[in-house]
Design a protein around this ligand. Structure first.
Ligand code: SF4
Length: 492
């Protein structure tokens, strides 16, 4: 699409809305508006209070406008936030008229829509109904999405109020899986290819855990949630899991820890001994992630287990493990359809887990589905799946507790964690809403340092691949010493 910007240089904001509304188009900046059949001129007035977008598409020419009432903030960052919003909204309005479509999240393009609702609640002191109306009216999100956003924002706000500035979460990554799923774009290595790396990886990780424990004591911060994720942590043997859990318990004071999750992930890795190791290590939440209960879809995504195996693993977990269980499903998998998704969700609901997370398939670069050009359900079919999920989960007594969006999802939909009353997953909310710092250990781990007062965020990256993580473990441990500087600045 040919683009001209006048009175501003918010290229990224304009391109975000263009890609949202015209995913097949790519931006081409031009000097003149003559000739292009797909063209937009985005303008911001001199006083920055009015944005106007003139858009030509498929033979139609339309105009969208957005205005700011009152005085723009004096603070430059806040002012930019408002003026960018005007530019986005005027483009969105024009595009909506030209295409006759309104995406489920309206003009919202970020991965954390809940932050807007949280800010609204903090600034106004108002509740869910008003925050939902704000998201619907200001950003043109549908009623359902606006409500999801406001409900999850309230959970995050309540959690935020309960934390001390010195609280942190701890993440430990195990980047191995039995086989690689077709839609996977994570740094996850199938065991077939990387079995030899697992033992040295665990050894390096135990070293990092021990040193991170020392650092946490020196910093005077306290761990309030622990999450061992992946990959599939239960790819480790029961002995390796025990060694890891023991190391975590020895290194960290977990007396203030509110939640300790271990992703048991795929049923083809779950055994009684591993579940016992997780239980004995003090975890109180596990995740068993079928993604679908359909054998046909499981085969299509490259998983070597059946839906019945998920049920078996779940029953075993209930026998051995007394804590909460989360189960993940994905809407939009290849070979699935709305009826198949409905059946999967009904089967999972019948198992009665404390949490159910419903993701929308996101096809990032590097996933096999993308590489092989496999066909997947379209946006409309995914919309039907999620509509059913919304009503079935609410009907079964689950409430949404965290929400995020990813790029490249069919229909621009979202991922939502649902919970039975009293089982909101602490780590997921803290991490997604950036409520406090997360110390991340293991390959691919990104330590996120959050100043809850100012919102300032800094990151420390571990090496991505297991082999480089193993060989640079001492360097990675030293890099985390930067946390001392961050906290010294934060504490003034
Ligand atoms: S289980 Fe998760 S991390 Fe592992 S291959 Fe499948 S999608 Fe990737």
């Amino acid at each position: 699409m040919e683009l001209i910007l006048k009175g501003h240089d918010y290229k990224y904001a304009v391109e975000q809305i263009m890609l949202l509304m015209f995913p097949e188009e790519r931006p081409v900046y031009v000097e003149s508006d003559e000739g292009g059949s797909a063209f937009a001129c985005s303008e911001l007035s001199g006083d920055e209070k009015l944005s106007r977008t003139r858009l030509r598409y498929m033979g139609r020419e339309v105009v969208g406008e957005a205005a700011f009432e009152g005085e723009l903030p004096a603070d430059e960052m806040l002012r930019k936030r408002e003026t960018q919003k005007l530019v986005k909204l005027s483009f969105f309005k024009a595009a909506r008229e030209a295409t006759g479509t309104n995406p489920p999240w309206g003009a919202l393009t970020g991965i954390r829509p809940g932050k807007l609702a949280e800010r609204f609640m903090r600034q106004t002191g108002l509740g869910i109904a008003e925050a939902a109306a704000y998201i619907r009216d200001e950003y043109f999100a549908t009623e359902d999405r606006a409500l999801l956003c406001a409900e999850t924002a309230e959970v995050a706000e309540n959690l935020r109020k309960s934390f001390d500035p010195n609280d942190i979460s701890l993440y430990i990554g195990i980047p191995f899986c039995p086989t690689r799923c077709a839609y996977c774009s994570f740094v996850s290595h199938s065991v077939e290819k990387s079995f030899k790396l697992i033992a040295p990886y665990v050894e390096a990780l135990l070293k990092e855990v021990k040193e991170a424990g020392r650092l946490v004591r020196e910093l005077g911060v306290r761990v309030v949630s622990v999450y061992i994720g992946g990959g599939t942590p239960t790819t480790l043997s029961a002995e390796q899991l025990t060694a890891l859990m023991n190391a975590v318990n020895e290194a960290f004071d977990l007396s203030a820890c509110r939640e300790f999750t271990v992703e048991a992930g795929r049923p083809d890795t779950i055994t009684r001994e591993k579940l016992e190791a997780i239980r004995e290590g003090g975890a109180d939440r596990i995740s068993i992630n079928p993604q679908t209960m359909s054998d046909r879809v499981l085969a299509a995504i490259g998983r070597r287990h059946s839906g019945a195996a998920v049920t078996e693993s779940y029953r075993l977990a209930r026998e051995v493990f007394p804590g909460a269980v989360n189960m993940d499903l994905i809407a939009g998998l290849p070979a699935d359809d709305p009826e198949g998704f409905r059946q999967s969700l009904d089967e999972v609901l019948a198992l009665d887990p404390e949490n159910i997370t419903v993701h929308t398939l996101s096809l990032k670069r590097g996933s096999r589905i993308n590489l092989e050009g496999t066909t997947i359900p379209d946006g409309e079919a995914v919309g039907e799946m999620l509509e059913y999920a919304l009503s079935a989960l609410r009907g079964a007594g689950y409430a949404p507790y965290y929400l995020y969006r990813q790029k490249f999802t069919s229909g621009g939909y979202e991922n939502v964690g649902w919970t039975k009353p009293g089982f909101d997953g602490v780590y997921n909310v803290c991490m997604m809403e950036e409520l406090h710092s997360t110390l991340s250990l293991g390959a691919g781990g990104v330590t996120k340092l959050v100043n809850p007062e100012t919102g300032l965020i800094e990151r420390i990256f571990n090496k991505k691949y297991p082999y480089e993580y193993i060989s640079s473990i001492d360097e990675l441990i030293s890099a985390k010493e930067y946390m001392k500087e961050f906290y010294a600045k934060m504490r003034g």
